[in-house]
Design a protein around this ligand. Structure first.
Ligand code: ADP
Ligand code: MG
Length: 258
């Protein structure tokens, strides 16, 4: 579904991403991890087409990203970023309706009534009681659910999430990740998620790309990536890696310095 090859990006002659090469299959849950400043958000912006690359290419469903029109791209790919919500004054339901713009003609109409889809997503995200509330009065966790809802009503083939669980407490983190995963199972959407929590990445991702200083350190299964020596090389702290007693996936425990 996504093929990235030979990707380079610099800002003011400083390389931010170098030699990035990977592909993501349809329906895969693909994670991107790496320390602060390693280039994760820049990689997301290149995939979503909001920032141009210096070298290399990105293909979505076989077609070069640069060949997509804005509306075609919005039907193909949705991005979850909390900052992207409209600033003030909109109701939750209105924000979700905005997610349908890629399917609307210039009069703002679309061929099929999107109401059932929007209702389904409002229900799934537990937004029923909030749908007539203004965005301004929502908590961080509620806003994040609205932002996810706006991305899902786009019915994208690819869902791009940049640190979707930042600022959420553990209950909301799991809730959000579970919703994304169950939506993925029903729609076969391909998910690419930047996650700073390595344990969450291990629990939800089929494969993980690890970035360090703009370079790709490794791509592989959670077992291949969450190794204490690799994490120490990249993050500068050596964790203990244990197997999760229920999910049988690697989980890390931090060790305080002596
Ligand atoms: P991450 O998301 O992994 O924390 P980013 O992709 O945001 O990393 O940033 C990677 C590097 O690129 C950082 O050193 C950051 O300062 C730099 N950078 C990001 N965006 C810009 C920009 N628009 N102009 C200049 N430098 C940038
Ligand atoms: Mg970032």
């Amino acid at each position: 579904m996504i093929q990235v090859s030979g990707l380079h990006k610099s800002y003011n002659q400083t390389p931010v991403l170098q030699d990035i090469q990977f592909s993501v299959s349809k329906g895969e849950f693909f994670g991107i991890i790496g320390p602060n400043g390693s280039g994760k958000s820049t990689l997301c912006k290149l995939i979503s087409g909001v920032v141009g690359m210096d070298q290399g290419e990105i293909r979505l469903d076989g077609k070069l990203l640069t060949r997509y029109s804005r509306k075609e791209l919005a039907r193909m790919l949705a991005v979850l970023e909390q900052e992207a919500l409209p600033p003030v004054g909109f109701l939750v339901r209105e924000v979700l309706e905005m997610g349908r713009f890629p399917y609307q003609n210039w009069l703002g109409e679309e061929a099929l009534d999107p109401t059932p889809l929007i209702d389904e997503i409002i229900h799934m995200l537990n937004l029923s009681e909030l749908e007539q509330r203004s965005l301004d009065h929502l908590s961080g966790g509620e806003k994040q659910r609205v932002a996810l809802g706006k991305a899902l009503v786009q019915k994208p083939m690819v869902l791009l999430l940049d640190e979707p669980t930042t600022y959420l407490d553990i209950g909301y983190q799991i809730q959000l990740m579970d919703i994304v995963r169950s939506w993925q199972k029903t729609t076969q959407v391909t998910v690419v998620a930047v996650l700073h929590d390595l344990n969450l990445a291990s629990l939800y991702c089929d494969r993980i790309l690890m970035l360090h200083k703009g370079r790709q350190v490794s791509v592989g299964s959670p077992e291949e990536i969450l190794r204490s020596s690799l994490i120490e090389d990249v993050y500068g702290t050596r964790p203990i890696v244990l197997e999760h007693p229920v999910h049988h996936l690697p989980q890390i425990m931090l060790q305080a310095g002596g």
